[in-house]
Ligand binder design. Structure first.
Ligand code: 6R9
Length: 655
């Protein structure tokens, strides 16, 4: 452990380096894999040529003149080229004879289902595009989308893309304030919403939040409303329009214009910690090229036979890239599910896998840890033998969660790809390749072909094997953000000022003895305890490796003696109950044995829930507020704001 004398602030704990479990790719998958080991070298030898080849996966109206124009830190990819993202996702598959192929097996939470073919999707997208034009939306206008997980959400996004109106999707769980501030910042002209959606067995209202948000925002000229739940809604004549009135009477043909490769495709806000949310801007050609390539390469997608399921919300970048643009650009068949994993029962996800024969499933570690908490008997009741690749995204996956996922969901057979990326990167950046990489629980392994990510120390020097520091990206990549909407200075400052000439995503990382990369969470979350840098991820992983713990969140709280002290919040596994008297000591000792005495939490609190964002990320800053007895900061991006009340009930200090 990190007792070796080094300069304070430089050491990393070494427990994860001891992970010795290895899972080589299954022989049949490797033999037939989309990507082989030589892809790394080929891409490195001619990076731009490699991405040019990937852009060739798409249908271009006019080919590009230049692959890359790079005026650091501003990149333009495939300049001079023109294409239409919606045509690439839909029309071209229909034209190629795949109109009858299923684009989405959609499953509503109450159990209603819809099957949408590529031909139907094309008609719906054209109708919606015509309706948006009729509502006065023109190329370049921003359209806000605040929707449940229903097919019309995808249709709305593609209709915007088709006419060149950047969409701005706001997660349906966000508050009125969060929606309002995003409408302001992006200056959206139209909001597309639904009366409500189903969550946890009940219709939850969306239109009411939109009403509250647009009330004092006359810039929003129309609200287009899908009827999903049939619940009562308030109606503002002239402004509000039903989808079934405005869209369904439109012609199913719409001549799509090809847009510049650099035409804005969408804006997606990331919440940040305290500051105002950043509108991350993505453009068309480079984004689509990398999303399409990574979806095909990282999941070994066979569009003819696979059934792909990203169990995430479309209001998260993961939904944009791997429910919508990746799968559709590859002509894949996807599953889309509206609701929560425990409605009406805890086996809902596995029932869906069994029902549709899902072959590739992609989800967040937070979901996996929840399934661990519910116990392995739940998935054991379903036939999951169709699965051949599993993916993880959103947070570091603890080695324990990885092995549980592989064993209980993947039948000890499927590779698990731990994919590291961000809203800002647009697409997967660091990940194993399922037919090439020997899986190692907890490690995202190495940059995918064509990406030059590295781990550097605070002087921007590449760290040797066994070293820790920060993840950076050396060269521009096609799906990179093109900036922060309306704020180029903040873009430079946030991502390009920490290390000269390098993109800094804000995550800590280390390189193990084999040279493989481990992501350690946001650097803001790193704790400094008696001069030692300790990552929250490592303490959390140590806690989760205890058989009684399902989930753990760790934060640093100011401490008069050690500078910062480690405070842990744990959720126990279902069968453990309250845990009993000796549990806290047992857990502290367990962390001490796994990581060393310095990493022992000062305090461990057993809680029923943890505060999380739309993507399942734990909002550690709120826990820090609790640990330091402060009133809570901004909670508008919590998926469920009642969680903090539940924690408060358990803990005297929390308000
Ligand atoms: C796709 C997405 C980005 C942040 C990122 C990092 C964390 C995502 C991860 C991961 C470790 C992984 N993150 N994937 N950390 N291993 N496989 O999550 O985008 O919501 O913008 O979050 O999520 O901290 O910087 P976004």
């Amino acid at each position: 452990m990190a007792e070796t004398p080094q300069e304070p602030g430089h050491e990393t704990l070494s427990n994860l380096l001891q992970e010795s479990r290895r899972f080589p790719p299954p022989a049949d998958l490797a033999a037939d894999a989309n990507v082989r080991a030589d892809a790394y070298e080929t891409a490195a030898a001619d990076r731009l040529g490699f991405w040019e080849e990937q852009a060739g996966r798409l249908q271009w109206e006019r080919p590009w003149d230049n692959v890359l124009e790079w005026e650091p830190p501003f990149a333009k990819w495939f300049t001079g080229g023109t294409l239409n993202a919606a045509v690439n996702c839909v029309d071209r598959h229909v034209e190629a004879g795949s109109g009858d192929k299923v684009a989405y097996h959609w499953e509503g939470e109450p159990g209603d289902t819809r099957t949408i073919t590529y031909a139907q999707l094309k008609d719906m997208v054209c109708q919606a595009a015509n309706a948006l034009l009729e509502l006065g939306v023109t190329k370049g206008d921003r359209v806000a989308i605040y929707m449940p997980m229903i097919p019309e959400t995808v249709v709305a996004m593609l209709a915007c893309a088709r006419i060149g109106a950047p969409h701005m999707v706001v997660f349906g769980g966000f508050s009125v304030d969060a929606l309002g501030s995003r409408i302001d910042d992006s200056d959206a002209k139209v909001v597309i919403t639904a009366d409500g959606g189903y969550r946890r067995g009940k219709p939850s209202a969306l239109k009411a939040s939109v009403d509250a948000a647009v009330q004092d925002r006359p810039g929003v000229r129309h609200v287009l409303v899908v009827r999903r739940t049939g619940q009562d809604v308030e109606w503002t004549e002239g402004r509000d329009v039903w989808w079934h009135d405005a869209v369904e009477r439109q012609s199913t043909s719409h001549e799509a214009e090809a847009h510049d490769a650099e035409h804005p495709l969408y804006i997606m806000y990331t919440s940040g910690t305290t500051a105002k949310p950043k509108g991350i801007l993505h453009t068309t050609g480079g984004y689509l090229a990398q999303v399409s390539y990574t979806h095909w390469a990282v999941f070994d997608l066979k569009p003819e036979t696979d059934v792909f399921w990203t169990a995430a919300d479309i209001g998260w970048v993961t939904g944009h890239s791997y429910i919508v643009y990746g799968p559709l650009s590859n002509g894949a068949t996807s599953v889309m599910y509206e609701g929560t994993p425990d409605t009406p029962h805890k086996g809902r996800f596995w029932e869906i896998v069994q029902k549709y024969g899902v072959t590739i499933a992609y989800m967040a570690p937070t979901a996996i840890r929840t399934f661990m908490k519910w116990g392995e008997d739940v998935p054991a009741q379903y036939d999951l033998s169709s699965l051949r690749v599993l993916g993880s995204v959103g947070e570091p996956i603890n080695p324990e969660a990885y092995t549980w996922y592989r064993k209980n969901i993947g039948g000890d057979r499927t590779p698990v790809v731990d994919t590291w990326w961000q809203t800002e990167t647009g697409a997967i950046m660091v990940s194993p390749l399922p037919g090439v990489t020997e899986g190692k629980p907890g490690a995202a392994m190495r940059p995918i072909p064509g990406i030059t990510a590295d781990v550097v120390d605070d002087q921007a020097r590449s760290v040797p094997d066994g070293g820790g520091g920060f993840i950076v990206v050396r060269d521009p990549w096609p799906a990179m953000l093109r900036g922060i909407w309306g704020d180029p200075e903040r873009y430079k400052e946030t991502y390009w000022s920490r290390f000269e000439g390098l993109y800094f995503p804000g995550d800590g990382a280390k390189r193990d003895a084999d040279g493989d990369i481990w992501l350690l969470g946001r650097v803001d979350d790193v704790m400094l305890v008696s001069g030692h840098n300790i990552s929250t991820t490592e303490v959390e992983s140590a806690l989760v490796s205890h058989p009684k713990v399902a989930e753990a969140a760790v934060t640093g709280a100011t401490d008069p003696v050690t500078g910062q002290a480690i405070v842990a919040f744990v959720i126990l596994r279902g069968e453990v109950g309250e845990g009993g008297e000796g549990l806290v000591k047992e857990l502290r000792d367990h962390v001490g044995t796994s990581l060393g005495p310095i990493a022992k939490p000062r305090q461990i609190m057993v809680v029923p829930e943890l505060p999380k964002t739309r993507s399942g990320k734990i909002m550690r800053r709120l826990l820090r507020d609790v640990a330091e007895n402060r009133s809570l900061g901004d909670v508008s991006t919590l998926t469920d704001s009642s969680v903090m009340d539940i924690i408060a009930e358990k803990l005297p200090g929390a308000k």
